[in-house]
Design a protein around this ligand. Structure first.
Ligand code: SME
Length: 174
């Protein structure tokens, strides 16, 4: 049995230190990317308060691209990966919404008010703020980690840095 739980009443830095330790322990010896993303989505949900969605979008070929004979190196988009929360949009074009911006720019997107973000994709009308962090391997974005909250301005710079550290840990494991 795994019993990873955050200690009550601690600061953000300690919370992320514990979250990263748990993520490291769960993924270190497991080569299956889906299993690792699924467990990390569960950890994010368990450790971080005030979320209504936590999970992964993976960079992959556009739908139908392989079947229609697209060459390797053809167009990519984001495809829904393991997550916790309500069912969500399955495919997101690179450059669209908060996730698409993170994937296209390779840069963290810290959005205090999703209604003010041009092109925000409302998978859940309850979402008010969002943090999306790209996972890079060999300089390429392979996945993004997406956190949504029903609370405006839920995410701080400390959250961004904590999830960036998680992204670095996971880069070779997902
Ligand atoms: N809001 C995201 C879409 C993904 S869902 O929040 C799970 C966006 O604008 O990219």
């Amino acid at each position: 049995m795994y019993d990873f739980k955050p200690d009550a009443a601690q600061g953000t830095a300690e919370l992320y230190r514990e979250l990263l330790g748990a993520a490291d322990a769960l993924t270190a010896d497991e080569p299956d990317a889906i299993a690792n993303m699924a467990n990390v989505a569960a950890l994010l949900w368990e450790f971080l308060p005030d979320l209504n969605w936590a999970g992964f979008y993976r960079v992959g070929p556009v739908k139908g691209g392989a079947k229609s004979g697209a060459k390797a190196g053809g167009a990519d988009e984001l495809v829904l990966g393991p997550f916790m929360g309500r069912p969500a949009c399955i495919r997101i074009p690179l450059g669209s919404g908060v996730c698409g911006a993170a994937a296209q720019n390779g840069a963290t997107q810290l959005v205090a008010d999703v209604h003010a973000f041009p092109g925000h994709i409302a998978c859940d009308a309850a979402s008010r703020s969002e943090l999306v962090v790209p996972v890079l391997r060999d300089g390429q974005v392979i996945t993004v980690i997406d956190l949504d909250s029903p609370r405006p301005a839920r995410f701080s710079q400390a959250d961004a840095e904590g999830i960036e550290a998680l992204a670095a840990l996971l880069a070779a494991r997902i």
